[in-house]
Design a protein around this ligand. Sequence first.
Ligand SMILES: [Zn+2]
Length: 462
Amino acid sequence: MADQPTPRRLVIENCAVATVDAGNTRHERGHLVISDGVIEAVGAGPAPAPARGTGEVRRVDAEGHLATPGLVNTHHHFYQWLTRGMATDHNLFDWLVALYPVWARIDEPMVGAAARASLAMMARGGVTTASDHHYIFPRGSGDLLGATIAAGREVGIRLTATRGSMDRGESDGGLPPDFAVESTEEALRATEEAVDTHHDPSFGSMLHIAAAPCSPFSVSTDLMREAAALARRKGVRLHTHGSETVEEEKYCHELFGMGPTEYFETTGWLGEDVWMAHCVHMTDADVAAFARTGTGVAHCPSSNARLAAGIARVPDLLRAGVPVGLGVDGTASNEAGELHTELRNALLVSRLGPHREKALGVDDALRLATMGGARVLGRDREIGSLEPGKLADVVLWRLDGLGHSTIVDPVAALVLGPPAPISLALVGGEPVVEDGRLLTVDEEAVAREARTQARRLADAAP
Ligand SMILES: [Zn+2]
């Protein structure tokens, strides 16, 4: 009989556990057993004694910690890491017009460095699955999607890399300058090639590809329709920006004679394989259309505040049954670049709306950042909660230090307190962060390279 490989087991004990399962089960003092990258057991009290012959076991005494599912970031633009802190007093359209000419000079080394930095920053903050929306492909700039994918592999977290696009330049009534857009045919060909080359739909996949034309004001109606058809033919998801600002709403009414959600419906862009960033300006009918079709939302509260976009109706969306996750958004409109800020701001911003103190609670915020995100990215069978059979994407947050030791509820400590130190972050059972340090890449080297590439871009910009 051939030798069986030794199962790789990890036992985590003595910590609070927030499972984010359907009943929001929490254990004040509990355990997790991980075997070959998958959660085998989770529960209250000490871990059950291992069966004979289960091989070597690593034990972690997690006294003073909270275990949660790894965080899921559903919307980002990694390349923007090189243009942070610019146009800080602008609304969306003015900010875009100021930055398009700079962004149109990006190339492969720049995008690689920005993606490594964006991913490293998120991983260091407990993100174990991230999504990138890249939509600017200047002619001759190299393999930008490939650079992003390589960075994901290096940092070691799961990635949904979307192949974005823009084909409606200024001369066609769009917002971006003509030199920043592709032709409709180029965009579709490159999207199809990205799916064929990179998309891995298997259980535990480290890489998904999605089709992601940028927004109604930078993409032709033909490209919207064709991208949706392509994604459905290939069995991949669809992503775009929608209903972000009042200016976008006005633009849609002027150009298409209807609001953004109606426009999305007529172009095949509502469905359970679609997730949309922002969705701030939604009527009751829009919320109902998202709920009816299962269309997901990437809620980006910090970016929405930074660009004076408004407050998304997240409590209404959740009540209607719409899948909602959280997004950092690009770091040119959210310089913090990590997801803790979004958990905290999702709760705080929701309390400023009409629901006041009946808006989001701390468990709701954690759910948005985990199961909510997993649903939005179509991965809720694999990740998003701590349940037997799911992938071991787990974060151990240290809550017995100065910042958190007196906050009575561990989930409140995580959401409302300062960013909690991470003692261990696992992706498929593999440590990516230990004692606050990234194990996969050298943070200092990533920071230096990002700075070098940001300078190159600044020098190339008009
Ligand atoms: Zn965005």
